[in-house]
Design a protein around this ligand. Structure first.
Ligand code: RAM
Length: 896
C-alpha cells in the first residue's frame, strides 16, 4: 500500500493511444491524502501482448530512484506494428509504500514498407451519376461538390483472428464500418494537416467486429478540407489540395499461431454514390434518405451494380500516425425553446453558441418531404442572422423516406450556431425531438474556475466555449463563416489560456509542424497554417507565433522536445527579421502588418508593436537555445535581443516613460517584454500605463495582440485594483459588455453588437473568436493564484499567489498540472480570508500571501510555525512567503 495514487497514465501524452510508432514517452500524475507524500522511485515494465496469449517483455526500466513523473522515454526492444502493449508502473513513496498501475498503448505502422494499401477513389466511368429526384435543388455555389461515396470490400475468414487492427486515412474525410458497425468515434477524420507534407491516419482495434465466414469493411468518403471549400478567397475556396477524395485502409489480422494477414484498399473494393448528395465543411450537407440503402455496408449486400474502385496513388510517405485526440461528439445540448414562426417553420434556441450539428427526429412525414435546417449564432428581430457567415452556407437539407420516424444528423459538415431554423415539417416540432451535438477535439479539460459573480463565471465559460468551438482539428480563428483558418496570432495569444483550460498541447504541437512546413526559404513563418498559397506571411505577432507557441507548450508541459524540434525554425525567423531590418526597428518585411488587430479607441503604433515582438521572439529563442544546450547560439541571439531592447528604448521610450503613441498596448508590450533601460524607467512606464487606463475611466483600448497582457501586467506593477476594475467593468468596451448583452462565447470584436449601432459590418463579425478571451489564463494564475516561478516549466516550481478580488466573496477552481492536481479556493469570512489549497505530491510550492507578518496567518487553526508541511521562507514588502509540502492546507489571513 502507498499513500500515493498514480493516475492519468499517458504514453506520448495520450490516454491509451492506438498509433504509437516510435519509442513513446511515459508520464503520470500523482495524488495523495497525506501531507508531505512524495514519490521516491518508479519502475516501468512494458510487455507486448502476443496474439496466441501471454506476453513478451519489451522493456524494464529497473527501479529508478527519482521523483520524475514526466518525460520518461521507452528504452526497450523495437516496437512491432499493429500490436497491443501493456505498461505497468510501480511507484514508491517516501515511507516505503508501493503502488502499481497498468495502462495500454497500441502501435500503428512502424515501418512505411509495411503499408500494403493504395489510395483508392471513385471510378471516373460513372462520374456523372444520375442526379437524384427533381426536387433535389442544389445551390449554385456548390457546383464543385459531389456525392459522398461508399466503398466496400467483402472478405472471407475461417475464424476470427486473435487480434485485428485497422489503420485508415483519407484525402478527404471518412467514416469506417466493419460488418455494418461503425469503427471508432472520430468525426471528420483524418482532420486537417498540411496535406502536401503529411496526412494523419487513425488506428483501431476491430477484433470484436469480425466473425467467421463473410465479413465486410466499408467506408463513407467525403470531400472535407482536401477537396471541399476552405478559407475565404473564392478563387481558391475549393479543391485546394485535389479534385477528388481518396481512401486508404489497411486491416491487419493476427492469428493465434502468429500468422499475420493483411488486407488493404485496392481495385477489388467496390464503390458507388451514397444518399449524401454532397457534404461540405462550409456548405452544409444535402441528404436524400430515399437512396439510403440501410444495408449498404453489410457483408450480405449484393455489390454487382457497383463500380470497381480506382487506384489513384500508392504514395504512403505522407502518412503519419495520429498523435492527439480526434474530433468527436462530446456533448449534446437540448433545445431550450422551440418557437413556431410560420407554416412548417420553427426556430430552435439551444441556449449556447456552439460548434457541431443538429440531430433531428422527424415523425409521420410523407416520403420526399424536404426538411431544411439553417443555422445562426444570433437572431435579428426574431429571424436568423446569417449575413456574417459570408459565403458559407449553413444549410443542411434532408429528404425523408416515409418511415414513421427518422433521425437526421449530418455526418460530414459542421456549423457554428446557437439557433436553428427548421423548415418543411408537416405539423409541430416537439422540443424533445431536436438537440445540438457539440464537436471538437476530444481533449481533457484541465482548468476550472467559478466564483461568487455570475457574469464573471459566464465570461470564463464563454472562453471555454471559444476553445471548444475553435479546436476542431486545428486551432481556428472562428468556426462559422467562410474562414475557419489556423491564424497564428489568434492561436499564440490564446495559447496560454487554452493550455491552462485543456490539454491541447499534443494538438498544438502537431499543428506547429504545419507552421514550420510553411516557413519560407527566407525564414518567414506564415500568418496561417496550414498555409493557403494566396495568403502572405511574416506579419508581426502573426509569424511570431512560430516562436511563442512552442515556448508556451513547453512552459505548460515541461516537455523539452517541443523546443528541440522548434529551435532551428525560431532562429531562422529571428534572423529573417534582423536581415531585413538592420536598424533593429522592424518596419520592413512586415507582410500584411495587422497591428494590434481590432483594438478600439486607440491605435498602437505598428513599429512599436513589431519591434517589441522582435525583441520578445529573440528573447524566447535565446532561452530555448539555452534549454536545449546550444549555449554559443544562445549567446548570439541574446546579444541581439539586448540590442533590440536598447534600440526600442531609445527610439520609443521618452524620458518621462511615455511609449511612442501613448497607448495601453504600447505600455503593455514594453512592460511585459522588459523593454526598458532600468527599474526607474520601468516604473515611469508603469505610471504611464496607469494614467492611460484612468484617463479612459478604467476602460480598455487593446486589441487581439495586447489584450491578454492587461491583467497580468497591471497586477505585476502592483495595480490589482485596476486589473479587477477592468475585469468587472461591463460598460462598452469591456469583456463583460458582451456578457451583459447575452454572449455565450467570446466575440471577435468589442463592438460586434451595440445598442446604438446594432451589428458591426457583416463582412467581419464573428461571435465565436477566442482571441479577446486570452484573459482566461489569469482567472487561474491571478485570481486563484495557481502559477509557477518564472524559470519553471511543467509547474515543477509551483507558485501559489491568490489575489483576493474585492468584487468577489469567494472564488474556487483547480488545475491539473503535469504533476497532479492543484486546487485553490478562497472565501471572505468577516475581515478574514479562508484559503484552502491542495498541492500535489512531490511538488513543493511557494505560497506568496499578502500579509505583513507571519503571525497574521494560521493554518488548520494554528500558527504556521506549528503546522506540518509549512515552512516560513521570508517576508517581503507586505507579503509572506511560505513553502508548502504536498497536501491540503487551510489558511486564514487578514482580508487586507
Ligand atoms: C481575420 C481573422 C483572424 C485574424 C486575421 C488578421 O480575418 O478572423 O482572426 O487573425 O483576420
Amino acid at each position: 500500500m502507498s499513500a500515493l495514487e498514480p493516475y492519468a497514465l499517458r504514453a506520448d501524452g495520450q490516454d491509451a493511444p492506438q498509433g504509437i510508432v516510435a519509442a513513446p514517452v511515459f508520464s503520470w500524475r500523482l495524488r495523495s491524502g497525506r501531507r508531505g507524500a512524495r514519490q521516491t522511485a518508479y519502475r516501468i515494465v512494458v510487455a507486448a501482448r502476443l496474439p496466441g496469449g501471454g506476453s513478451a517483455r519489451a522493456w524494464d526500466s529497473g527501479r529508478v530512484e527519482s521523483s520524475e513523473t514526466t518525460g520518461i522515454r521507452y528504452g526497450g526492444a523495437p516496437l512491432a506494428s499493429s500490436r497491443d502493449y501493456d505498461w505497468t508502473l510501480t511507484v514508491e513513496d517516501e515511507a516505503g509504500g508501493v503502488v502499481e498501475r497498468t495502462a495500454v498503448f497500441a502501435t500503428g505502422i512502424v515501418h512505411s514498407d509495411e503499408w500494403a494499401a493504395a489510395w483508392i477513389g471513385r471510378n471516373p466511368v460513372f462520374r456523372h451519376v444520375a442526379l437524384p429526384p427533381q426536387d433535389t435543388d442544389i445551390s449554385f455555389t456548390v457546383n464543385k461538390l459531389q456525392p459522398v461515396r461508399r466503398f466496400v470490400r467483402h472478405f472471407d475468414i475461417d475464424a476470427v483472428p486473435a487480434v485485428a487492427k485497422v489503420h485508415a486515412s483519407a484525402q478527404g474525410v471518412y467514416r469506417l464500418y466493419v460488418n455494418g458497425r461503425r469503427v471508432g468515434t472520430d468525426e471528420l477524420a483524418p482532420g486537417w494537416t498540411e496535406y502536401r507534407d503529411r496526412i494523419t491516419y487513425q488506428s483501431w482495434d476491430v477484433t470484436e467486429h469480425l466473425r467467421p465466414g463473410r465479413n465486410s469493411i466499408a467506408a463513407l468518403l467525403g470531400d472535407g478540407w482536401y477537396v471541399g471549400f476552405i478559407g475565404t478567397d473564392r478563387r481558391h475556396q475549393a479543391q485546394h489540395y485535389g479534385k477528388e477524395p481518396a481512401l486508404l485502409v489497411q486491416l491487419t489480422m493476427d492469428a493465434a499461431d502468429g500468422g499475420r494477414s493483411v488486407l488493404g484498399t485496392d481495385e477489388s473494393w467496390r464503390e458507388t454514390a451514397s444518399d449524401i448528395l454532397y457534404a461540405d465543411l462550409l456548405m452544409g450537407q444535402y441528404e436524400d434518405s430515399r437512396r439510403a440503402q440501410p444495408d449498404w455496408h453489410l457483408p450480405e449486400t449484393d455489390l454487382t451494380d457497383w463500380s470497381s474502385a480506382v487506384v489513384v496513388g500508392t504514395d504512403v510517405d505522407r502518412l503519419t500516425a495520429e498523435v492527439d485526440p480526434g474530433v468527436r461528439a462530446t456533448l449534446t445540448l437540448p433545445a431550450v425553446s422551440v418557437e413556431a414562426v410560420g407554416e412548417g417553420r420553427h426556430i430552435v434556441d439551444f441556449g449556447q453558441n456552439l460548434v457541431g450539428r443538429v440531430r433531428l427526429t422527424v415523425r409521420g412525414q410523407a416520403a420526399g418531404t424536404r426538411i431544411q435546417i439553417n443555422h445562426a449564432e444570433v437572431l435579428d428581430h426574431g429571424e436568423l442572422y446569417t449575413a456574417n457567415l459570408r459565403t458559407a452556407e449553413p444549410l443542411d437539407v434532408f429528404w425523408t423516406d416515409g418511415e414513421s420516424s427518422q433521425v437526421f444528423e449530418p455526418r460530414f459538415t459542421l456549423h457554428g450556431f446557437r439557433f436553428a431554423e427548421i423548415d418543411g415539417l408537416a405539423g409541430s416540432l416537439d422540443a424533445g425531438d431536436v438537440e445540438a451535438v457539440v464537436l471538437h477535439n476530444d481533449v481533457e479539460f484541465l482548468g476550472d474556475f467559478s466564483s461568487s459573480d455570475a457574469p464573471l463565471d459566464r465570461l470564463f465559460q464563454n472562453i471555454c466555449w471559444g476553445l471548444r468551438g475553435n479546436f476542431v482539428s486545428i486551432p481556428t480563428d472562428c468556426p462559422q463563416r467562410d474562414e475557419r483558418l489556423g491564424w497564428l496570432a489568434d492561436a499564440q495569444v490564446f495559447a496560454p489560456t487554452a493550455l491552462a483550460i485543456a490539454d491541447v498541447a499534443p494538438l498544438l504541437r502537431r499543428w506547429m509542424r504545419d507552421v514550420r512546413s510553411a516557413q519560407n526559404d527566407d525564414g518567414a513563418f506564415p500568418d496561417i497554417a496550414p498555409h493557403l498559397i494566396h495568403l502572405r506571411e511574416g506579419a508581426p505577432a502573426w509569424g511570431d507565433g512560430g516562436v511563442t507557441i512552442p515556448w508556451h507548450i513547453h512552459r505548460a508541459t515541461g516537455d523539452l522536445s517541443v523546443l528541440q524540434e522548434a529551435a532551428d525554425s525560431m532562429v531562422a525567423w529571428v534572423r529573417h527579421v534582423e536581415r531585413h531590418n538592420p536598424s533593429l526597428i522592424w518596419r520592413a518585411q512586415v507582410g500584411n502588418d495587422y497591428g494590434d488587430w481590432l483594438q478600439i479607441g486607440e491605435e498602437t503604433r505598428k513599429d512599436v508593436l513589431s519591434t517589441a515582438y522582435f525583441a520578445h521572439s529573440a528573447d524566447l529563442t535565446a532561452r530555448t537555445l539555452r534549454l536545449v544546450g546550444r549555449e554559443a547560439d544562445a549567446d548570439g541571439i541574446e546579444e541581439l535581443r539586448d540590442r533590440i531592447a536598447a534600440t526600442f528604448a531609445s527610439a520609443f521610450v521618452a524620458p518621462d516613460g511615455t511609449v511612442a503613441g501613448d497607448t495601453q498596448g504600447g505600455y503593455l508590450l514594453a512592460l511585459s517584454f522588459g523593454l526598458y533601460r532600468d527599474i526607474a524607467e520601468r516604473d515611469r512606464i508603469a505610471e504611464k500605463l496607469v494614467e492611460s487606463v484612468l484617463r479612459r475611466d478604467v476602460s480598455l483600448t487593446t486589441g487581439f495582440v495586447t489584450v491578454g497582457l492587461l491583467c497580468p501586467v497591471l497586477a505585476e506593477i502592483g495595480r490589482d485594483d485596476l486589473a479587477f476594475r477592468l475585469l468587472h467593468n461591463d460598460r462598452y468596451p469591456s469583456w463583460l459588455f458582451s456578457v451583459r448583452n447575452g454572449a455565450t462565447t467570446i466575440w471577435e470584436r468589442w463592438d460586434g453588437w451595440t445598442p446604438e449601432h446594432g451589428f458591426q459590418s457583416a463582412r467581419m463579425n464573428s461571435f465565436n473568436h477566442y482571441s479577446l478571451g486570452s484573459v482566461g489564463q489569469w482567472f487561474l494564475s491571478g485570481i486563484l493564484g495557481i502559477t509557477q516561478q518564472s524559470g519553471s516549466a511543467g509547474y515543477r516550481d509551483l507558485r501559489l499567489a491568490p489575489r483576493f478580488d474585492p468584487f468577489l466573496t469567494h472564488a474556487q477552481g483547480s488545475l491539473e498540472t503535469p504533476r497532479g492536481r492543484v486546487e485553490s479556493s478562497w472565501r471572505r469570512d468577516g475581515d478574514e480570508i479562508a484559503w484552502t489549497v491542495t498541492v500535489p505530491p512531490g511538488t513543493p510550492a511557494i505560497a506568496d500571501l499578502p500579509c505583513r507578518t507571519a503571525s497574521e496567518i494560521t493554518e488548520g487553526g494554528e500558527n504556521t510555525t506549528h503546522s506540518q508541511g509549512v515552512t516560513l521562507m521570508d517576508h517581503g514588502q507586505g507579503s509572506i512567503r511560505l513553502r508548502l509540502e504536498s497536501g491540503t492546507f487551510n489558511f486564514r489571513l487578514p482580508a487586507g
